[in-house]
Ligand binder design. Structure first.
Ligand code: DQU
Length: 373
């Protein structure tokens, strides 16, 4: 048990990295996938199941939790870990991205953001300092700086303005966070699809000597090759001994290609949100269970899986549940998908340990391409 936040780089294989983050609430094996628990729940899942799939850490959202149930109330209820019964590490996003994408953004200036709640239209202000204060009240283990994430495409001048603001906000978040040994505050590299601005952002944040670095402003609709080019641009400018977290990513293919370029941590709503809409991720690629061809297919999604949702239920039944819009359909597919994502991460970590990540990546992509037999 440690009272500090410590990242250990255990092995590299090409640019792929195998590591471990040890924190008071537990150890995070990297490369890691973090299921998204936006409003204090990984939708349609019991957190015991989430843990069983192999998750070491989940993600919460400052924006949603500050609107409901409210940070001071969560603190009065013993903090987020107590409230949701997840005793392991939690990373919280800072709210910047969600304000831009969900709320009625009213104003963004040096001080912070002013926005209308998407829940009840109430007006809220959030400064970098308040975002860190909220994440502290929630009891978050890894806190993200407040940043401005621009939608792409955007003009270089606009990208530069937002990137420079985010660096200034990172400085303010570092001061507000202070010195909390068992916790960490990560900076977020911005700069859009502009390599020069990406490098300036990474270098400026590196100078702040933070405990970890996220790459933000991606997975916002840009082509995969742009995302990969930005990762290739940024990573050489980040310290090798600190974790690298690619925010909002992604599909299994995105994850493989990003691990190959040196990313350690991922989060994405893909497995849970698409599971609720009838999409199953398997070793043999994606299966849209709504498709009529599954109506009388008695096979499970994957007879070799350790996950009951993948191994014990027929596609015919899953098809029926999803077509009938039954809650159990989304529950079973979310369980299958999170289990597949964690199996993929386990396979990635093992392949890096054994120095065969390139082969693992090729074999995995070939099996997806062979399709669902
Ligand atoms: N694609 C994403 C997802 C989440 C993000 N969160 C923050 N704070 N900043 C970004 O740029 C993000 C990008």
């Amino acid at each position: 048990m440690t009272e500090h936040f410590k990242f250990q780089l255990l092995k590299t294989d090409g640019k792929a990295r195998r590591g471990e983050i040890s924190m008071p609430r537990g150890t995070i094996r990297t490369p890691a996938f973090m299921p998204v628990g936006t409003v204090g729940t990984v939708k349609a899942m019991y957190l015991d199941q989430v843990r069983e799939t192999g998750a070491d850490i989940i993600l919460g959202n400052t924006y949603h939790l500050m609107l409901r149930p409210g940070p001071e109330r969560v603190a009065r209820l013993g903090g987020l870990h107590e409230l949701i019964r997840w005793p392991h590490p939690i990373l919280t996003d800072s709210g910047g991205f969600q304000v831009m994408s969900l709320s009625g953004l009213r104003k963004l200036d040096e001080k912070g953001v002013t926005f209308k709640s998407h829940v009840d239209g109430s007006l809220h202000h959030m400064s970098p300092e308040r975002s860190i204060e909220i994440q502290g009240l929630l009891g978050s283990d890894i806190q993200m700086q407040l940043d401005e994430c621009l939608a792409l495409p955007a003009k270089p001048k606009e990208i530069e303005r937002a990137m420079e603001l985010s660096v200034r906000w990172a400085e303010r978040c570092k001061v507000a966070f202070g010195d909390q040994p068992g916790k960490a505050m990560f900076g977020i590299v911005q700069g859009g699809d502009n390599p020069a601005l990406r490098v300036r952002s990474a270098e400026a944040l590196r100078a702040l000597d933070l405990k970890g670095y996220a790459i933000g402003g991606l997975a916002v609709g840009e082509p995969q090759h742009v995302m990969l080019e930005m990762i290739e641009t940024v990573n050489p400018h980040l310290p090798t001994e600190k974790p690298r977290y690619l925010m909002g990513v992604g599909t299994p293919d995105d994850i493989l290609k990003s691990v190959a370029r040196g990313i350690d941590m991922f989060d994405c709503v893909m497995p849970t949100r698409s599971g609720r809409h009838g999409l199953a991720f398997t070793r043999r690629g994606k299966v849209n269970i709504r498709n009529a061809r599954h109506a009388e297919d008695m096979r499970p999604l994957d007879e070799q899986s350790s996950c009951p949702a993948a191994r014990d239920y027929s596609r015919a039944y899953l098809h029926h549940l999803v077509r009938s819009n039954e809650a159990l359909g989304g529950m079973l597919l979310s369980w299958n998908n999170l289990s597949y994502y964690q199996d993929l991460m386990r396979g990635i970590r093992k392949a890096i340990d054994e120095g065969r990540f390139a082969d693992f990546m090729a074999e995995t992509q070939e099996e997806w391409a062979r399709g669902d037999l």
